[in-house]
Design a protein. Structure first.
Length: 142
């Protein structure tokens, strides 16, 4: 299970990650990864200070994914996958995971793999679509 201090819960925290984070999509998930905040900024509350001692994850599963039973199953699977991968994420980083309708039909192993690949792509800043687009632009210039 994902520890409480490793969860993003406030709307403003979700918004901050979506604004400053890099996005990558794989399989049934879209990940927004925000690197650790600068050391110069002071935490506003004690809960913010605790949250910065670990990486945090937040989850968005809309009604487009399915009915309540399906959405909750997807959320549980994503939380469990994030808990397994949390130790490999940099301390202080924030990750928002958005489930797509495709995630409803994926099993745990596939969702876990999608999450790991999407986080890695967002951290490296190399999304396949961007790479394809820039590669095509280079060929046309020659």
């Amino acid at each position: 299970m994902l520890p409480a201090e490793a969860r993003i819960r406030r709307s403003r925290d979700f918004s901050a990650v979506l604004k400053r984070g890099r996005r990558a999509a794989r399989g049934g998930v879209v990940v927004h990864w925000a690197p650790p905040a600068g050391a110069a900024t002071e935490p506003e509350t004690p809960s913010d200070a605790e949250a910065r001692s670990t990486a945090r994850a937040g989850f968005v599963v809309s009604k487009a994914v399915g009915n309540a039973v399906v959405r909750n199953r997807v959320k549980r699977r994503l939380r469990h996958a994030a808990a397994e991968q949390l130790a490999s994420w940099p301390v202080g980083s924030d990750v928002v995971v958005r489930a797509t309708p495709k995630s409803a039909g994926r099993d745990f192993a596939a969702l876990s793999r999608d999450l790991a690949e999407a986080v890695e792509a967002a951290r490296s800043g190399k999304d396949r679509r961007r790479a394809r687009h820039s590669g095509g632009a280079d060929r046309r210039k020659t």
